[in-house]
Design a protein around this ligand. Structure first.
Ligand SMILES: C[S@@+](CC[C@H](N)C(=O)[O-])C[C@H]1O[C@@H](n2cnc3c(N)ncnc32)[C@H](O)[C@@H]1O
Length: 251
C-alpha cells in the first residue's frame, strides 16, 4: 500500500467503497457527507451505545487539555450534532461549530453558531480563534495536512488545539476484543438502530488513520508546537494536543 492524499490514507484510491477499498479525495468528501446526513438522527444515541458511554469522559479530557481561560472562542471542527460545543459551553468557553453535513447540523443542539462548510476551506478570518477542538473526525477528513494548515491559520498565535479520535489498542488481547466489538457488535447495533452500511464503515475507517508520529509531524509542519499524543482507555481512543506557534522565535 502507498500513502494516498496528503500522505494521510493507507487505502488505495477507489471511487466506490467496497469491503476492502475506501474512497479518497473528493469522492471521500461526498461519501462522508452522505453517510453523516443519513445517520444524523440517531448519531448521538448510537455513539453512546457503541462507545459504552466512554465518549463522555474522552470529550471531557479533550476540553480539559485545551487549558484555555473562560470566555475563549473555540472552533469545534467537524462538530456534527454539537456534543463538544455543548461541553465547551458548560465550561464557559464560547463554541463555534463547523461541519460539512447539513443533516448533522440540522440535528445539532449547540449554544453557539454553527457553520455549514468543509473545515478544510474554512470561511473564518486568520487568527479568529483562541483554540480548536475536534471529536472523532480525523479519519473522515480527506487530507489531514491541509486541515492542520487551515487550523493553524484560523487559530491565534499561542492558541491551543485538542483533537480526539478513536484508535486501535496495541495490547494483543485488548486489540482482539476491540476488533470483535468494532467488526461485529458495532455494525449490529448500527443496523438495528440506524444505517448498516455506515456502521460497517467504522471499523474500515481505521485504515485512514496515519500513525501517531505522522500526525505529530503534520501538526508541526502546519505550525504547531508542544505537540503531545495521549492514549485514552487502554488505547481505544487518542488525543493530540498542540499550541499554535508564534510567527517568529517560537512560542
Ligand atoms: C464521527 S462525526 C463526529 C461528530 C462530532 N465531532 C462528535 O464529536 O460527535 C464526524 C463528523 O465530521 C464531519 N466532517 C468530516 N469531514 C469534514 C470536513 N472536511 N469538514 C467539516 N466537517 C467534516 C462529518 O460531517 C461528521 O459530522
Amino acid at each position: 500500500m502507498s500513502p494516498a492524499v496528503g500522505g494521510q490514507s493507507r487505502a488505495e484510491g477507489a471511487s466506490v467503497p467496497t469491503a476492502t477499498q475506501l474512497p479518497t479525495g473528493p469522492e471521500k468528501v461526498e461519501a462522508v457527507r452522505r453517510m453523516f446526513d443519513t445517520i444524523a438522527g440517531r448519531y448521538e444515541l448510537v455513539n453512546g451505545i457503541v462507545s459504552l458511554g466512554m465518549d463522555r469522559g474522552w470529550r471531557h479530557r479533550c476540553i480539559d487539555a485545551l487549558e484555555l481561560p473562560v470566555g475563549s472562542l473555540v472552533l469545534d471542527v467537524a462538530c456534527g450534532t454539537g456534543d463538544l460545543c455543548r461541553e465547551l459551553d458548560r465550561r464557559l468557553l464560547r463554541p463555534v461549530g463547523v461541519d460539512l453535513s447539513s443533516g448533522m447540523l440540522a440535528h445539532a443542539r449547540s449554544p453557539g453558531p454553527l457553520v455549514l462548510a468543509d473545515a478544510v476551506f474554512s470561511p473564518f478570518r486568520t487568527a479568529t480563534f483562541d483554540g480548536a477542538v475536534s471529536g472523532f473526525a480525523l479519519r473522515n477528513v480527506t487530507d489531514l495536512g491541509v486541515l492542520f494548515v487551515e487550523l493553524a491559520r484560523v487559530t491565534r498565535p499561542g492558541g491551543r488545539m485538542s483533537l480526539l479520535d478513536l484508535a486501535e489498542p496495541e495490547a494483543q488481547l485488548l486489540r482482539l476484543g476491540h476488533r470483535l466489538w468494532t467488526n461485529y457488535a458495532v455494525p449490529l447495533v448500527g443496523s438495528a438502530l440506524s444505517d448498516a452500511a455506515a456502521y460497517r464503515y467504522l471499523p474500515r475507517s481505521f485504515a485512514y488513520l496515519p500513525p501517531a508520529h505522522r500526525v505529530v509531524e503534520l501538526l508541526e509542519h502546519a505550525g504547531f508546537v508542544a505537540v503531545e499524543h495521549e492514549l485514552l482507555s487502554g488505547g481505544i481512543s487518542q488525543l493530540y494536543t498542540a499550541t499554535r506557534k508564534h510567527e517568529a522565535g517560537g512560542p
